[in-house]
Design a protein. Structure first.
Length: 91
C-alpha cells in the first residue's frame, strides 16, 4: 500500500479490505464469482459504503458502517473504504 504508483495502491487497498472483511463483519462475506449477473447482500453493502464515502454522505456512511462492522474494525474500514473511493473516483 505504500507506493506512489496509483494502480498498485488501488490493488493494495482492495486486497486489504477483502482480507479483513470477514473479521470486520463477523462472518464470511458472500462474494460471487466475476461475471455473475446479480450481487450478494455483502457485495451490495460494500458498493453502497464506498459510494457513500465517494459522495461525502457521512450519515449514510456511518449508518452502513455501524450496521455491519464490529466496533474495533470501524476505524480501519473507514480508512479503507475512503481510500478505495478516492482511488477509483472518475472525476
Amino acid at each position: 500500500m505504500l507506493t506512489s504508483e496509483r494502480g498498485m495502491a488501488r490493488t493494495g487497498y482492495v486486497d486489504v479490505l477483502m482480507r479483513c472483511l470477514k473479521e470486520a463483519i463477523g462472518k464470511q462475506p458472500q462474494i460471487f464469482s466475476p461475471g455473475t449477473e446479480s450481487l450478494s447482500f455483502d457485495e451490495a453493502w460494500l458498493i453502497e459504503l464506498i459510494e457513500a464515502a465517494a459522495r461525502g454522505d457521512e450519515a449514510s456512511f456511518a449508518f452502513l458502517l455501524q450496521s455491519r462492522v464490529r466496533p474495533h474494525a470501524r476505524r480501519n474500514m473507514t480508512f479503507l473504504a475512503s481510500q478505495i473511493s478516492d482511488q477509483f473516483r472518475l472525476t
